[in-house]
Every structure is written in C-alpha cells, then in structure tokens.
Design a binder for this molecule. Sequence first.
Ligand SMILES: Nc1ncnc2c1ncn2[C@@H]1O[C@H](COP(=O)(O)OP(=O)(O)OP(=O)(O)O)[C@@H](O)[C@H]1O
Length: 322
Amino acid sequence: MIRFEHVTKRYPDGTKAVEDLSFEVAEGELVTLVGPSGCGKTTTMKMVNRLIEPTSGRILLNGEDIAAADPVELRRHIGYVIQQVGLFPHKTVLENTATVPQLIGTPKAKARARAAELLELVGLDPSVYGGRYPEQLSGGQRQRVGVARALAADPPVLLMDEPFGAVDPVVRERLQNEFLTLQRTVRKTILLVTHDLEEAIRLGDRMAVYGTGTIEQFARPAAVLGAPATDYVASFVGADRGLKRLAVTRVGEDDLTAPESGAPAPAAAVELGATLREALAVLLQEDSGRIGVTRPGSGALIGVLTPEGVHRALRRAQLQEA
Ligand SMILES: Nc1ncnc2c1ncn2[C@@H]1O[C@H](COP(=O)(O)OP(=O)(O)OP(=O)(O)O)[C@@H](O)[C@H]1O
C-alpha cells in the first residue's frame, strides 16, 4: 500500500534527516514510527503527503509513484492528524468534522449526518458536543474531534503525528484503547509517529525503530522486544523488556489448565486473547492465585489461568520470537 524505496531527505542546510529508507506498509496495517527527537520520524511521514519532497528515492502509494500525483488530490486520500489537532476555533465541533466532506462537494446535510456518526464513533455524543466550540472541550476531546475529522473524508491512509501527545497518561491510554477498537472497524492503513515506546508497542501491528535517520528495526512489537536487531534497539527498548513483553503477549488456550470438577468457579476472569499484562493485573488481586478465562462473546469458561500459566505463555512467546 505504502512503499518507501531508498528514500533520502537532505534539507537545504545540509541536514540529512533520513537516509536510504526502504520499507512497506500493508493495506489495513498500523505501523508506528518510534525513536528519539530529531531522528527523522516526522520527515518520513510528511514525505507521504508531499508536505516534504524526498531528495532521492521513491514513495509508492498503491504501486504508483506519488511524485507524479497532484499534491492536493493526493492529500484528499490521506488523512492527517497532528498533536495540536488544528481545529478551526470559530467553527463548532460538528462543522469542524464536516469540513472535508463539504470541501469535496458532499451536500451539507449529508456531510453533517456523516460527521455526527463519526463523532459518535469516537465517543463524543453529537447532541452534547456537536454544537460546542473547540475551546469548550478538554484536550482529549479535542483530539477525538481531530481523529473524527481525519476519518470524515474516509481516506484509505491516515498519517498521525503524536496524535495522543497532548493529554495526560491516563486519558492517553484510554484514547489509545478506543482508537484500537475503532481501527478494528475502519481498518485504515496508518503511519503513526510517536516518541513513546509504550505507545509504539501498544498500537503498532509493526513498528519502525529509528536510529539517526535510519530504521534500525522494522518488525512486530513482540519481535522487537524479544529479539532486538541491534545493540541500539536493545538499549532503546531497555532492560524491562520482560515487562513490556507482557503487554504484547496474549493468553492462549495452551496456557490454561482445565477447571477442576467440583471446585468453585474462579471469582474473576479475563477473556481469551487478553494480554498477559491485563491477566496478571487481575490475577494479582485474587488470593486464590487462579482466574478464569472465558470465550469472548459467549462468556463461557474455557479454563483456568495460574501464575505458572503466565510463565508458560511468556516462554512460548520467547520461543516463537527466537
Ligand atoms: N526544514 C528543516 N531544515 C533543516 N533541518 C530540518 C528541517 N526540518 C527538520 N530538520 C532536521 O531533520 C532532522 C529530523 O527531523 P524530524 O522532524 O523528522 O525528526 P523527528 O524524529 O520527527 O523529531 P521529533 O520527535 O523531535 O519531532 C532533525 O535533525 C531536524 O533538526
């Protein structure tokens, strides 16, 4: 879907922002770009919607070189969400969200109906928030409007630059989770820039870990944590790798023991597919040292998870990465 081929960007003052980048983002995939300040993440992203032109190399969108596309036309297919959101202060939330569809000629009533749907989708009741102005919202609510506005034109591709950067950690985690749920429905192809490793791990189907101007590793988060490609990546992901691995490994049926017949059902449970971190958080509160694991949807008990099961799951994840 998005393909970088040997892309280098040198700014006029001689700064080499990125050098010889080659990678591909599949359709419907969310790739996070993570690395320290100044490593070239934003430059990479802005080359996709031609806010910045590469010095050499090519970027293909659906197999076509974007250098040949009309930039305005190109940007209609690429949503863009930035940290400061950039909502129009004199327009209401509903008007802000309907901006792009109206620009591309969708009749006003239809654009507004679609905007209301999208506000609902990002968790803002349009009857409550639609008529408000941006200054009457919290930072987290403004960011949701930014996401709704970017989705309004239904672009196949979304570029997101620190989209959850301006809010405190608790709201941030909630927004991230809501965003992941939303992404499961809308399945956009997304490049998301962050300097927050946790965010890159939590959100990315795959992640690109930047050194200075180059990608040191491009892989699934579990692989980056389990098998860092270079010493740089190892030190970037840090010594608490085991903990982070909990956040990306999911409880599987093989990790469970059968419920003992006659024993009372465990008092607490998580769904199959929960992360080990979620499971462990529940497990640590259970004096019995065991929790149930249920089938998503039906809620039927499948088995029991104990600390040994968590250990088994971690070992399994480690072996798969090796
Ligand atoms: N217009 C410009 N002219 C010259 N150098 C620039 C320009 N824009 C960015 N740079 C430099 O290019 C490098 C990469 O910048 P970029 O903004 O892509 O980094 P980043 O990884 O997004 O950083 P941050 O996380 O701080 O936003 C930096 O050294 C930066 O100073």
